[in-house]
Design a protein around this ligand. Sequence first.
Ligand SMILES: O=C(O)CCC(=O)C(=O)O
Length: 325
Amino acid sequence: MSKRPPSLPAQAADMAMQMALRQIDFNRAPAPRPAAPVAKQAAPTPLSSPPSDEHRLALRRRDWLADVQEAQRALSPYASGLLTAENLSGEEFLHSFYAPGRPVLIKGAITGWPALERWTPDYLADRIGDAQIEYQGGRSSATDYELKKDRHRKRATFRHFIDLVRAGGNDAYLTASNSATNAPALAPLDEDLGPLDAYLRRPQGMLWIGGAGAFTPLHFDLTNNLLAQVTGTKRLILIPPSQTRRLAHRGHVFSDVRDVTDEAQLKRFPQARDVLRYEVQLTPGDLLFIPIGWWHQVRSESFSTMLTYTGFHWPNAGHENYPAG
Ligand SMILES: O=C(O)CCC(=O)C(=O)O
C-alpha cells in the first residue's frame, strides 16, 4: 500500500520541528517577564453607565482565559519564547508565525540590500538634497503626538530634516504616517532596497528616519507588520494581546501607559509593571514580524532608518472592521 502524504497539520508540525532543530535560536531574546495577578491601578475615565454584574463577570472570565492560555504556553520555551530564525522560507513563516500571530526576529534576509552600506546621514542628505518632505515635529512639547499626529505635520527640505535628527532627541521623526506625502521626494532611495519575495507581494515600505532618542509610545497596529532595520539600532518592547487588560487601553490603539519602562507611569498604572513582555534589539539587516494586535513601543538608540511593510502574500485586513469608537 502506498504511503499517504501527511495531512496539513502534520506537515506544519514537522516543519516547526525541523525549524526548531536547524534554524531557531532561543537565546538571543531575554526570557519574557511573567505576568503577575492584576493589581489596582489609576481609575479609568468613568463610563456613561457603570458596567452590570453580568458584564463584569464576562470580563473576568475573558481575562481568566487569557491568563490560563499564557500559563500553558509558558510550559515550553518553543511555544512561548520570542524566536530568532535564519533562512526562513515563506511557507515556514506562514505556518509558524504569520498564521499563529506570533512574532519572530529574522536574521540575514536582507544582507544584500545596498541600503545597508549606503544609508548614512551624509549619503541620504546628498541623495535627496533640498527636496521638500513632511515629518513629525514639535513632539517634545506633547505626549499624544501619535494620537494627534496631524497637529505635528511639518515641512522642511530633506537636508534640514537630516540636520535635525543628527542632533538626536524625539522632537523630529519621519514616520510611516508621512509616507504617502513623501513618496515622490524619496523615490530615489528605492533603488537601494532589494526584494523580500518570500513574505511580501507588495514591496512598498513605509520609511522611519529618526535620531537617538526618537520614541514611539506603546500601541498596537491594525495590520500585521514586517519591520526592516537598515541603519542604527532600535530597542522594542513587545507585549502579547493577552495582556491588554493591564495596559489601560483607551485612545484608539494606544495605551495610557506610554512607556512600560518609566517608573512614574508604572506608579500610576501598577498593573503594567509585571506585564508579560519581550525585549528585542533591532540591528542593521534584521527583520521583525509584529503580528496584528501585539502591543509595542520603540526607542531609537542611534540615528536610525527602518521600513515597515504590510503587503504580505496572505490576507492582512484586520483594520477593515476594527471597532474604532
Ligand atoms: O520604529 C518606530 O518608532 C515605530 C515602528 C512601529 O510602531 C511600526 O512599524 O509598527
